[in-house]
Ligand binder design. Structure first.
Ligand SMILES: *Cc1c(COP(=O)(O)O)cnc(C)c1O
Length: 479
């Protein structure tokens, strides 16, 4: 892009079209509640409306923008205030604008030198977050550890596992594949990304122990200990434990402190996955979710879920950055420069899987500066208190039961009429387009999950959704 070109978009045209794009996005948010939350298209429907082959000659940008009309029916509206499926993926104006500038700069921050600001802003906001959430000081760059942004919690947990693998195998796995059989532990309620990481890191699915949970769906430390002891007596090497703060099914809180003591006793890497729940710790009254975090070797949470920062953005902290860097660093000739040997700089390429890195910290910078700590606390508190309010409405209705504790912003509930009724209820609600819920299974029962966290969800939205659920149930009970 430049001022004069007969091939590229000129800066003048970019200005003109860019303003239209911003208007388009703002209009989208103004009208978002008019769309069905869950896309109602059939498989292949979107593609069948697109041209068979690529255009030979370029098209006017205005026409390209109008292609969005063909794509909108195939959008599920994660930013709708009536989106209550999975976990939120909440964004905000400043996040979108920060990301736009990041794309506008289009730098590659693989090394410190390839854009010092990309590295230093990232280190800086991640140090801020340690203070903002009162996380253990060892996660700060000024201590032995440090923070880095990954794309997703899946990547954060994979990187943690690789570091744990190298620590347990004394660097042998990286060197020659290793000859010890390493084992990993997480609860039966942990996110599927842990199983995936175990496969990718070559630990192998057979070496992943899914530890039993208690009545609140939190990991049972007694079972963890038994499992570790059995493995050791069979000549295996326990390498990695992942505790979850806010499980995906039901936001159960694993007892990090008890788990951490076991990890310390057996010298096992403890990783804590708080992908959704982490930002609750912005508020002092919810910091109990992290009790015991001082035992953790690594920790992750996703600002792209519940901290107003556009997908993708996952925060990853490690207590001992040397172990991480030793596991992942590479230094071919073409990456050497006068700073590479210097202790003065961080080269984040050695802190994750990809070499290339975008300026992901910029959107986080925009969000934290726009809202301030108090603004973010207000947002978290509002969601948690609204969730508790919704919970009280569900409890008042004896048709329903709440089937898991509700420590923060997710309610797992079901109608007492059995699995088939609940499954039909879910499908009917989602087909209506008025709201979107997803389900899970707890104790082998089909359970509806009502997740609260989209940026613009108010108590009034919850009231309307709950009334709609009740109306739907009354209709279904008549049949
Ligand atoms: C959502 C979630 C993940 C995965 O997050 P991605 O960023 O999509 O990889 C991992 N763990 C938990 C507990 C989650 O809720």
């Amino acid at each position: 892009m430049n001022k004069h070109s007969n091939q590229h978009m000129t800066t003048d045209e970019f200005r003109k079209q860019g303003k239209k794009v911003i208007d388009w996005i703002a209009d989208y948010y103004d009208q978002i509640e008019q769309y069905p939350v869950l896309s109602q298209v059939k498989p292949g429907e979107i593609r069948s409306n697109l041209p068979q082959s690529a255009p030979i000659k370029g098209r006017d940008y205005g026409d390209i923008l109008s292609d969005m009309d063909k794509m909108m029916p195939g959008i599920t509206h994660w930013q709708s205030p009536n989106f209550h499926g999975f976990f939120p993926c909440a964004t905000s104006g400043p996040a979108i604008l920060g990301d736009l500038i990041s794309t506008g700069l289009s730098i590659n921050g693989m090394n410190w030198a390839t854009s010092p600001s990309c590295t230093e802003v990232e280190t800086h906001v991640l140090d801020w977050l340690v203070d903002m959430m009162d996380l253990p000081n060892k996660f700060k760059s000024t201590s032995t550890g440090g923070g880095v942004l990954q794309d997703t919690a899946s990547s954060s947990s994979l990187v943690a596992l690789i570091a744990a693998r190298e620590k347990a195998s004394n660097g042998q796995t990286n060197k020659n594949g290793g000859n010890q059989q390493l084992t990993a532990y997480t609860s039966s309620q942990a996110h599927s990304s842990i199983e995936k990481a175990v496969k990718i890191a070559g630990i192998g699915n057979d070496s992943l122990r899914l530890i039993k949970v208690d009545d609140s769906f939190a990991m049972n430390p007694k079972h963890l200990r038994e499992s570790i002891e059995t493995d050791i007596s069979n000549g295996l090497t326990p390498a990695f434990v992942c505790a979850t703060v806010g499980t995906t099914s039901s936001t159960a809180l694993d007892p990090i402190e008890d788990i951490g003591k076991i990890c310390q006793e057996f010298n096992i890497w403890l990783h804590v996955d708080a992908a959704l729940a982490g930002p609750a710790a912005l508020c002092p009254e919810f910091r109990f979710i992290h009790d015991g975090l001082e035992y953790a070797d690594s920790y992750t949470f996703n600002p792209h879920k519940w901290m107003l920062t556009s997908f993708d953005c996952s925060v990853f902290y490690v207590a001992n950055r040397k172990v991480l860097i030793d596991s992942l660093s590479i230094l071919p000739e073409y990456l050497k420069n006068k700073d590479t040997d210097s202790e003065m700089v961080i080269n984040y390429r050695d802190w994750g899987i990809p070499l290339g890195r975008r300026f992901r910290a910029l959107k986080l910078w925009h969000v934290i500066n726009y809202y301030g700590v108090e603004g973010l606390q207000k947002y978290i508190r509002y969601h948690i208190s609204n969730t508790q309010e919704l919970k009280s409405w569900i409890e008042e209705n004896d048709r329903f039961e709440i089937v898991a504790p509700v420590p923060i912003n997710l309610i797992c509930f079901r109608h007492k009429n059995g699995d088939e009724f609940n499954e039909n209820l879910l499908n009917t609600l989602n087909d209506s387009g008025k709201l979107y819920l997803t389900h899970t299974k707890l104790n082998n029962q089909f359970v509806l999950r009502f997740s609260v966290g989209q940026s613009n969800t108010t108590l009034d939205h919850l009231k309307k959704s709950w009334n709609y659920i009740l109306d739907t149930v009354y209709e279904m009970e008549k049949d």
